[in-house]
Design a protein around this ligand. Sequence first.
Ligand code: NAD
Ligand code: FES
Length: 282
Amino acid sequence: MYKIISNKKISENSYEMIINAPLVIEKCIPGQFVIVMGKEDSERIPLTIYDYNKDRGELSLIYQVVGASTEELSTIKDKLYSVAGPLGNPNEICLNTEDFKDKRICYVAGGVGIAPVYPQVKYLNEKGLNVDVIYGARSANLLLIRDKIEKVAHKIRYATDDGSFGTKGFVTDILEKNINDYDIVVAIGPVIMMKNVAELTKKYNIKTIVSMNPLMVDGSGMCGACRCEVDGKPKFACIHGPEFDGHKINFDLALKRMNIYKEEEKEKWNQMKKTLGGLENE
Ligand code: NAD
Ligand code: FES
C-alpha cells in the first residue's frame, strides 16, 4: 500500500496525485512511467512520472478522468493498492545530455501530454540545456501547470483550439512557423497530434521522438497489450518504449488499437456512474 499525500482536481477533468513512494523514484529518470492500481481488483493504469522529490520520497502523477478506472482513482484519498515502477526507458536526451548540448530542441505538448514533457524539460534545464516548448490545449482553462513549465522552459509558446490563450489553432501551426529553428522535436500528447507533428518534421528531416501511451496490462513485455509497430516490426511500449522514433511509428495502427475496447470501456463507465449516483441518492 502507498500513502496518498494528496489527490486533487487541477482542471475540469485532470487530477494531480502525490504519493509516498521512495523506492519507486529512487533511480527514476524522466521518460519513465509507473503502473498504478487503485484497489486490489482495479485495472492497471500506466501513468508518467510527472514530478518527484527524491529527498521527501514523493512521486507526483497527473491523470485525466477518461473512464471508469480513472474515475475510481479520483475518488481514492488515503492509500493506493500498488505502484509498479519505474518502468520503460528514460528519454534519450535526458540519458545522454552531453550529446545534445549543441542541439536546438523543441518539446511539443498536447493537453495532458504536458505531464511527461515537464520532468524532461526540468531535468534538461538543470543540466544547462535550453529547451523550447510549444504547449496546446483545447481552451485556456485546460492548460495545466503553466507556472511550473514556464520556470524551466527557455521559450514557451501556447496554442488553444478556441483562441482563448496564445495562438488560435493547433501546436502544429506554431511548430510549422518555427520549424527552421530546431534540430530535434519531442512530441507528447494525443496520437493524432504526434502523427501530424511527425509528418511535418519528416518533410524537414528533423529527428523526432514521440511517447506512445497505449493500453497496458502487465508492463513487462508478456501480455502484448501495448504492441506498436515500429519500422515494420512489433515493439512493446512498456519495455522497448515508451519513446520511439516518430518517423518509424505506424500511427494508423496505433489509432486503430486505441479504440479496440471503446465499447466495453463506455459500458463499464456507465455502470460505474449509475452505482455512484445510486450511492449518492441513498
Ligand atoms: P486534446 O485532444 O485536447 O488535444 C490537445 C492539443 O493537442 C490540442 O489543443 C492541439 O494543440 C493538439 N492536437 C490535437 N489534435 C491535433 C491534430 N489533429 N493535429 C495537430 N495537433 C492536434 O488532448 P487531451 O484531451 O488533453 O488528451 C490528451 C491525450 O494525450 C490523451 O489522448 C492521452 O491519452 C494522451 N497522453 C499521451 C501521453 C503520452 O505519453 N503520449 C501522456 C499523457 C497523455
Ligand atoms: Fe503487456 Fe506491454 S503491457 S506487453
